[in-house]
Design a protein around this ligand. Structure first.
Ligand code: FMN
Length: 179
């Protein structure tokens, strides 16, 4: 039987929640990224990695990029979890280019899931980053605001949660289809 593993890195819990839902649905092993070494990943046929988006970076993606040469013959699936709406695929093009090499982009299947934010729980660094981002966005002309900018302004200082178990379906179907 094919072996599937879900590895995740989550700061405030959204990615963890998705990783748990996905692992349960696929009867896969589940690890927080610090609990598993790159070499151990080679024991699996399908490797699913999930990381939250922070200033367009995929949190924890290093475990895949560093071990990519040993893992590229596997089924590699990455899911990102961010605040941005996932229906606008253009938002994710620069994120993919920033986080994955050209070779990786060819080998990896990517999904985007929507997380949430609770400003009262953010650490000092993240609170400062969001305050800085808000100041930058607030200085833009209304017609220059992107969907992401508007989203950030609307939710600034609030608690929002877009996590939704139904959103895992495309990823789960894809993995079931290849296993
Ligand atoms: C400092 C900071 C930067 C963020 N940058 C982005 C971003 O670039 N794109 C995005 O869609 N969401 C962004 N977010 C929202 C997070 O991706 C979102 O809160 C996600 O649910 C985090 O997942 P986690 O709690 O599992 O780490 C950011 C949040 C913080 C606090």
């Amino acid at each position: 039987m094919n072996k599937i593993v879900v590895v995740y890195k989550s700061k405030y819990g959204s990615t963890k929640k998705y990783a748990e839902w996905i692992a349960k649905e696929l009867e896969a092993d589940l690890f927080e990224s610090s609990e598993i070494k790159g070499e151990k990943l080679s024991e699996y046929d399908s490797i699913i990695f999930g990381g939250g988006l922070y200033a367009s970076g995929i949190n924890g993606i290093g475990i895949i990029t560093k071990n990519f040469q040993d893992l590229k013959s596997k089924n590699l699936i990455i899911f990102t979890v961010g605040l941005a709406a996932t229906d606008d695929k253009d938002i994710f093009k620069p994120i993919i280019e920033k986080n994955l090499t050209e070779e990786m982009r060819k080998e990896v299947k990517i999904f985007h899931l929507r997380g949430g934010i609770d400003y009262s729980k953010l650490n000092f660094l993240h609170k400062s980053m969001m305050a800085m981002l808000k100041r930058m966005v607030a200085n833009k002309k209304p017609e220059e605001l992107s969907t992401e900018d508007k989203m950030m302004l609307e939710t600034y200082g609030e608690k929002v949660d877009f996590t939704n178990i139904e959103a895992i379906e495309p990823l789960v179907s894809y993995v079931k289809g290849i296993n």
